[in-house]
Ligand binder design. Structure first.
Ligand code: HEM
Length: 192
């Protein structure tokens, strides 16, 4: 059980985050090596667009749009935010002079970490549900055991619900900081 928790949840969680940071640092080094630092300046734009595109899942979930498989759109959300975050990190790592972009970058990292936690919780919840179905199917189970199983199931769902209360405001804070950063860039251009 402990081994499977490590393999199924802990390693994917830290793995995805560590790879994100390593690839960002490596890309930054490559850009510096080839004197392409200016490229990083523009990577913020596709990065932000990918993150925005990933929010199609949220529109689908809230029935603002009705096309698209929710499961596929959630996978897309997870993948596009990861790639988007990578591009934004390379963009940010190269030139961070003022406080607002720093805060936006911290917001992004916290947002990604929160997303990865949610991904693991969802994975766990799904597994519990499958296990429960299997147990019902076998049906040789005592009422007490079923109750225990249902309890754990509700705990994981409860955790998921609590996590949603956190992930959404974090996303909002990140969006506000990013918007502030983008507006300040435009203001800076106008004043020059
Ligand atoms: C820039 C980074 C991110 C932003 C702005 C963001 C934003 C959001 C938002 C707004 C929602 C709520 C959708 C809704 O209820 O309408 C959401 C849900 C979710 N996100 Fe993220 N997210 C980010 C990164 C990630 C990452 C990196 C992952 C995992 C790899 C992830 C996994 C999830 C999961 C599993 C849900 C829950 C789906 C559900 O409860 O229906 N997110 N995200």
């Amino acid at each position: 059980m402990e081994k499977s928790l490590l393999r199924q949840e802990v390693i994917p969680f830290f793995g995805q985050f560590t790879i994100l940071i390593l690839v960002a640092v490596l890309s930054d080094q490559v850009l510096h090596f080839f004197h392409l630092v200016w490229v990083g300046r523009y990577l913020g734009i596709p990065g932000t667009l990918l993150i925005l595109l990933s929010l199609l899942y949220s529109l689908r979930k809230r029935k603002i749009i009705t096309v698209g498989n929710p499961k596929t759109l959630l996978s897309l959300h997870e993948t596009l935010t990861w790639i988007g975050a990578l591009l934004v990190l390379v963009h940010a790592g190269i030139h961070l002079n003022t406080i607002l972009p720093w805060l936006a970058m911290i917001g992004l990292i916290v947002n990604v970490l929160s997303g990865l936690v949610g991904q693991r919780l969802l994975h766990r919840s799904r597994q519990h549900l499958l296990e429960l179905e299997e147990k019902y199917r076998l049906s040789g189970m005592s009422a007490e055991d079923i109750e225990k199983e249902v309890f754990w199931d509700s705990v994981t769902y409860d955790l998921m619900a609590k996590w949603r209360v956190v992930h959404f405001p974090i996303s909002l804070a990140f969006a506000v900081l990013t918007l502030g950063h983008i507006i300040s860039i435009f203001l800076f251009w106008e004043w020059r």
